[in-house]
Ligand binder design. Structure first.
Ligand code: DGY
Length: 322
């Protein structure tokens, strides 16, 4: 008998083909039912492939007494109650590395779009308001010689720094773990968290979200930023007090912001929608054909590895044995 696997949403066809070939696959999105309903009807489910928009909490985990793995189709896994999964002996896996470059590219796209007022210009032109070249028209911020402050120098932070340095940006960073090898090799400067926020012309977030640092960028921290700085977030929306960020942007207390993630995703603070100095992307950091196929493949591989009794290659750090 094939083992039962639940996939919450449709994703890459090739991955679905592999799952169907090897397992008894149920796709929640196609079933017309909710995940709890499906789990109640299928208590023999052994693997759950989830998305960042699925809240996998205690209730969901308890509905699956035979679960052997939760494979999240994302590098972040703040949607899952990992401590509870660990308590129940269920490994949680994610999809790191394969989306690093795509997410760093999107971060650069946001930086460039905000600094060069690209979306504002596009809108203006489509409205027939482009009346010809002018010396003082839509002036923006030059990247060369500016300072990029990276919060979180992990894989995506590093890939962003490399790209940014080639545009002439000076890199300062904060991370829980200092990275002297990067300082020696690339000349990046390590600074305390608040110093990075205060000194950077562009602040970019590259840290995972967890309850203790929810709204890390609150009023006090956002108010430390330079008045003409740019705020970029392609990490997680709940790291930021979005309403206060909108207030600051309304008052032109920042040059602008580029966001790919939102505090109450998919809802976006209404006031942000009205602002010209914000570029809003619909959580597309990893949305390239290449990255998404590789992410899907990792979910399949991780499930197969667990079923084969092999430690999964992308075990979330919190699930690792001390
Ligand atoms: C992730 O993998 O965590 C990204 O946010 C998905 O785009």
């Amino acid at each position: 008998m094939k083992r039962k696997v639940i996939l919450t949403r449709r994703y890459q066809d090739e991955a679905i083909r592999q799952l169907k070939e090897a397992f008894d696959l149920i796709i929640v999105e196609d079933s017309g039912k909710t995940l709890p309903e499906i789990l109640k009807e299928n208590s023999d489910t052994e693997a759950l492939i989830s998305f960042l928009s699925d809240k996998i909490d205690k209730e969901i985990i308890d509905l699956a007494p035979n679960l052997k793995i939760i494979a999240n189709y994302a590098v972040g896994y703040n949607n899952i109650d990992v401590p509870y999964a660990v308590k129940k002996g269920i490994p949680v896996t994610n999809t790191p590395e394969v989306l690093t470059k795509a997410t760093a590219d999107l971060t650069m796209a946001l930086i460039l779009a905000v600094c060069r007022r690209l979306v504002e210009g596009d809108e203006l032109l489509r409205q027939g308001k482009f009346k010809g070249w002018a010396a003082n028209f839509l002036l923006g911020k030059e990247l060369d010689g500016s300072t990029l402050g990276i919060i979180g120098m992990g894989r995506i932070g590093q890939a962003t720094a490399l790209r940014a340095a080639s545009f002439g940006l000076h890199i300062i960073y904060y991370d829980r773990t200092r990275k002297p090898e990067l300082e020696t090799k690339y000349g990046y400067e390590y600074k305390a968290f608040t110093e990075v926020v205060k000194e950077a012309d562009i602040v970019s977030l590259h840290i995972p979200s967890y309850p203790e640092i929810r709204r890390l960028f609150n009023k006090d921290v956002l108010d430390l930023m330079k008045k003409d700085a740019v705020f970029i977030n392609a990490a997680r929306g709940d790291l930021v007090d979005e309403a206060y960020l909108a207030e600051k942007l309304e008052r032109n207390e920042l040059f602008g912001a580029g966001l790919d993630v939102y505090e109450h995703e998919p809802t976006v603070t209404e006031r942000l929608l009205k602002l010209k100095n914000v570029v809003l992307a619909p959580h597309i950091g990893s949305a390239t054909y290449k990255a998404r196929m590789a992410m899907a493949q990792l979910t399949v591989d991780n499930v197969k590895q667990v079923f084969a009794g092999i430690p999964p290659q992308n075990l979330a750090p919190e699930c690792r044995l001390p």
